[in-house]
Write a protein that binds this ligand. Structure first.
Ligand code: ASP
Ligand code: MG
Length: 450
């Protein structure tokens, strides 16, 4: 069997869902489990509903709920116009879902408080709604389709907004529920992103988490392949929204894809790779608007070629330098700095050290960082630079790619830090943020357009 995940833009309207049906019909003999995200932009709408409710803006909440309802009702009406019976049950399912959401957010409005648990419950509605409609659309198209509830399959911890699954419990549930749902069906549809905590409340796997759900189902069901359907021709050599002329990556290893995600490439949800790697299940990233394109295969290292795969950037980082007031040696420097960071669970993206200095990049928006730097001030001078960015070249064996450092220096004017990643799969440079765009474009063309 295979798992096919369709993202928000792949199910956003009647046309898109029509394409999904055609693509899935083509693969029915491979017994797909279809996983859907919320319709495009719906998760964002639900996030607004939750925060407006928390702020007690009842009228705004009502207005947003009305647009949520209208979008889904209209889509169901267009897709199911030829099947009044299906339309009727689908509209009543939509009504039930939105009715429950409405009473819940009205409660949030009154209390004026929104816990992560409540927020997860609100935003899970997007996937519940889209899956109801997609399942009905398959049935209307003559594909006998059953819906499996992801909340009965994926069991997580209680970090409600970025919950982590209990793999064993999830595996057992997926196998049981999928077997039940498959009985008498041509196809099973389920939701990505949503789950249930051990305590029995709805949780979500973090934004963009549907890819991860798909990999979890694939692992549980020993799938032959996971297909991630989006709206670009596979994984690109750089972000196509920033670089005008990117290339499709044909094959990339699990390790390279994981490093790409960590270094800021918008590839797959970073956790997606792990379940697939454990079972050696290939992941294919495909374009629902251009299904003939072979996309990108994410496979085992020995099945992917060496060489640079992508240039990724992160501008959501802070560049931090810590200078010791007295020479301590590399070991003591790193030990002291990292124990303060570890104590406060501050994630580090990159680090290098000399005997008197440590250079780091850390994600922005971590409140505990100031506290850690305060503690380090007892024996060192920490400085935080906000106007920096990180640019990384990723690929096995790319370290032997000649002239990379020189090229980055000439394009950016100045390199503040260089770091080689794990297994030499990446080389990263910290540069001035205002030089990021020309450096990215120039470096991309230097590597991929020669
Ligand atoms: N709908 C969720 C989001 O927008 C999950 C996903 O699409 O992967 O983040
Ligand atoms: Mg997505």
């Amino acid at each position: 069997m295979i798992v096919m995940k369709f993202g928000g833009t792949s199910v956003q309207d009647e046309e898109a869902i029509g394409r999904v049906i055609a693509i899935v019909k083509d693969r029915l003999e491979e017994r797909p489990l279809v996983v859907v995200s919320a319709l495009a932009r719906v998760t964002r709408l639900l996030v607004s509903i939750a925060s407006e409710a928390e702020a007690g803006h009842a009228a705004k909440v009502a207005e947003l709920l009305a647009s949520l309802r209208e979008r889904h009702v209209r889509l169901a009406q267009t897709l199911l116009s030829a099947r009044p019976d299906l339309l009727e049950t689908t509209l009543s399912d939509i009504d039930y879902r939105i009715g429950r959401l409405e009473s819940f957010v009205n409660g949030v409005c009154l209390i004026g408080e929104l816990s992560p648990r409540s927020q997860a419950r609100v935003i899970a509605t997007g996937e519940l709604l889209s899956s109801i409609i997609v399942c009905a659309a398959f049935n209307a198209a003559g594909v006998g389709c059953h819906l499996a509830d992801a909340r009965k399959m994926v069991i997580t911890d209680d970090h409600y907004m970025s919950a982590r699954p209990d793999l064993q419990a999830t595996r057992d549930n997926v196998r049981r529920i999928y077997a039940e749902a498959s009985r008498g069906a041509d196809l099973v549809v389920t939701q990505g992103f949503i789950a249930t905590s051990e305590a029995g409340s709805t949780s979500v796997l973090g934004f963009e988490g549907s890819d991860y759900s798909a990999a979890l189902y694939a692992m549980a069901l020993d799938a032959d392949r996971v297909e991630i359907w989006t709206d670009v021709d596979g994984i690109r050599t750089a972000d196509p929204r920033v670089v005008s002329d990117t290339c499709r990556i044909e094959r990339v290893s699990y390790d390279e894809a994981a490093v790409m995600a960590a270094m800021g490439a918008r590839v797959l949800h970073p956790l997606t790779i792990e379940p697939a790697r454990i079972k050696n299940i290939p992941i294919r990233v495909l374009n629902s608007k251009n299904p003939a394109c072979p996309g990108t295969s994410v496979v085992r290292g020995d099945e992917a070629p060496a060489g640079p795969k992508s240039v990724a950037v992160r501008d959501d980082i802070l560049f931090v330098t810590v200078k010791a007031r007295k020479l301590l040696g590399v070991t003591a420097m790193l030990g002291r700095v990292f124990s303060e960071l570890d104590l406060r669970k501050i994630p580090v993206v990159m680090a290098t050290a000399s005997d008197a200095e440590v250079y780091l990049t850390v994600p922005e928006g971590n409140d505990a960082l100031a506290e850690a730097l305060e503690a380090l001030s007892a024996w060192a001078d920490p400085t935080v630079y906000r106007d920096k960015a990180q640019i990384s070249v990723i690929g096995r064996g790319m370290v032997s790619f000649e002239g990379l450092g020189d090229k980055v220096i000439s394009l950016s004017g100045k390199v503040h830090m260089v770091s080689l990643g794990t297994d030499l799969l990446s080389e990263s440079f910290v540069i001035d943020r205002d030089r990021l765009a020309p450096t990215l474009a120039g470096l991309h063309d230097y590597i991929f357009k020669r």
